[in-house]
Ligand binder design. Structure first.
Ligand code: ZN
Ligand code: ZN
Length: 179
């Protein structure tokens, strides 16, 4: 098994390889990164955001059409929402192995701070690992430093470390041992 990362052409470029490598080491699974082949749907004119569920529909359909069983993480630049949430950093649909992460709110400049490549790579990596964690069968974790903690703000995302807490790490090990 390995995880496919589909990188949208308009997502920040130059970060594909480091993000893919770090996600691979955080999760202990193989990853490959390629330019996103999935047509992006779900733009909402009134909100100027994209419906994350619609993107997952597209990824799900693409996987089905191409017979891809492995987990897929889509990285896009548009801001995402879903019913009931003003925005989401990312979303996973466990049953079909499809997840999406948005880089829109992961750069310092979104918050009026100075841009740093390392911060952006760090956050895409954490968000990506979190959503893939769901695809591998992990739920949310109460430990604020754990990858599976659900952050509501950038500060909460930054407080997380690029690793799983001992409990989640143990679960993950049991899951991936079967691959
Ligand atoms: Zn989550
Ligand atoms: Zn945990």
């Amino acid at each position: 098994m390995h995880v496919h990362i589909f990188w949208d052409a308009l997502s920040p470029s130059g970060f594909q390889v480091p993000v893919s490598r770090i996600i691979s080491s955080v999760l202990g699974v193989r990853t490959t990164v390629s330019e996103n082949p999935v047509r992006l749907m779900g733009y909402n004119n009134a909100r100027h955001q994209v419906d994350a569920q619609a993107l997952l529909d597209s990824v799900q359909a693409y996987k089905h059409r191409h017979g891809i069983d492995d987990p897929v993480l889509l990285v896009v630049h548009q801001d995402l929402f879903r019913n009931g949430n003003d925005f989401v950093f990312g979303l996973a649909r466990e049953q079909v192995g499809a997840a999406v992460v948005s880089t829109a709110r992961l750069g310092n400049e979104y918050y009026g701070r100075e841009h740093h490549d390392d911060d952006l790579i760090d956050r895409i990596t954490k968000e990506g690992s979190h959503e893939i964690g769901h695809l591998l069968g992990l739920g949310h974790c109460e430990n604020p430093e754990c990858i599976m903690f659900r952050p509501n703000t950038l500060d909460e995302l930054d407080r997380k470390r690029k690793m799983f807490c001992p409990d989640c790490a143990k679960q993950l090990e049991e899951i991936t041992a079967g691959f």
